[in-house]
Design a protein. Structure first.
Length: 261
């Protein structure tokens, strides 16, 4: 089916004008028409109970059925040409592929496929802000024939964080490889922050004085700390834990102390 338009062009003789009839793009080939047909086919094939032929020839027949009302104005040759363009559009968008070994049609139309496509495009974009991520997801969803709301976008970003695809902090986005963060264990308070400084100084002095004869067990060390530092049993227990955490020494299962060399 052809559409024609009349345009006026000046002839070589400036006094005369010729009316010429030029062919324009056939209606069944127009990008907008093919786009709408592709969208219709996409949502039809996306249904869980939809018939999805595995042979390309059968898929062409299926598309003729789905698009019967849209293709009604055209002759058979034009209908087949339009279906071929729709199939190519589905391939370009990677909604369908053909297996290299079997030549069977494989479909990529379920919600997991769509989610993977959106997250891949987001990660590839490397946008640095949450606002930028929203724009990428919105635009990519439209390409895939979807309109997504803010709640869906938030869910997708949470999914990406959970899967380690990105990190969000203060509306800023980071991508792997992430900088290595070594957690620093918080030190237990023995008495108070101010008092603990003095205690640790006295501990250092104690070990310097007893360098050649350090306590060999937790029990001996506890008794030494009691007389030197004047601390309670509970405070000494905390102090020993702090010293172990700082790797000043290790305590075996029997209470034996091994000092760091």
């Amino acid at each position: 089916m052809l559409e024609r338009v009349k345009v006026e062009r000046p002839s070589e003789n400036a006094d005369d004008k010729m009316i010429q009839e030029e062919l324009v793009v056939e209606a069944y080939k127009r990008a907008a028409f093919i786009g709408e047909c592709t969208k219709k086919v996409f949502f039809e094939l996306m249904r869980p109970d939809a018939f999805k032929p595995s042979v390309m020839g059968n898929l062409q027949t299926r598309l003729l059925t789905i698009l019967a009302s849209d293709l009604q104005p055209f002759n058979h040759e034009e209908k087949m040409a339009a279906v071929a363009l729709v199939l190519q559009k589905l391939k370009d968008k990677q909604f369908i592929t053909q297996n290299a070994d079997t030549n069977f049609v494989e479909y990529h139309l379920n919600s997991n496929d769509i989610l993977e496509r959106l997250t891949q495009k987001l990660v590839q974009s490397k946008v640095k802000s949450v606002e930028g991520a929203k724009n990428v997801l919105t635009n990519q969803a439209k390409i895939l024939f979807f309109d997504i709301d803010q709640n869906t976008i938030s869910d997708i970003l949470k999914y990406c964080e959970r899967e380690g695809m990105l990190r969000i902090k203060d509306q800023k986005i980071e991508y792997p490889p992430f900088p290595l963060v070594v957690p620093i264990p918080s030190q237990s308070i023995i008495v108070s922050k101010e008092e603990d400084v003095k205690i640790m100084q006295k501990v250092a002095e104690f070990f310097n004085k007893s360098a050649k004869n350090k306590p060999a067990s937790v029990k001996t060390l506890t008794n030494s700390f009691k007389s030197t530092l004047k601390l309670s049993d509970k405070q000494i227990e905390k102090l020993i834990k702090v010293l172990v955490d700082k790797k000043k020494f290790a305590v075996g299962t029997t209470g034996k102390i091994t000092y760091k060399k």
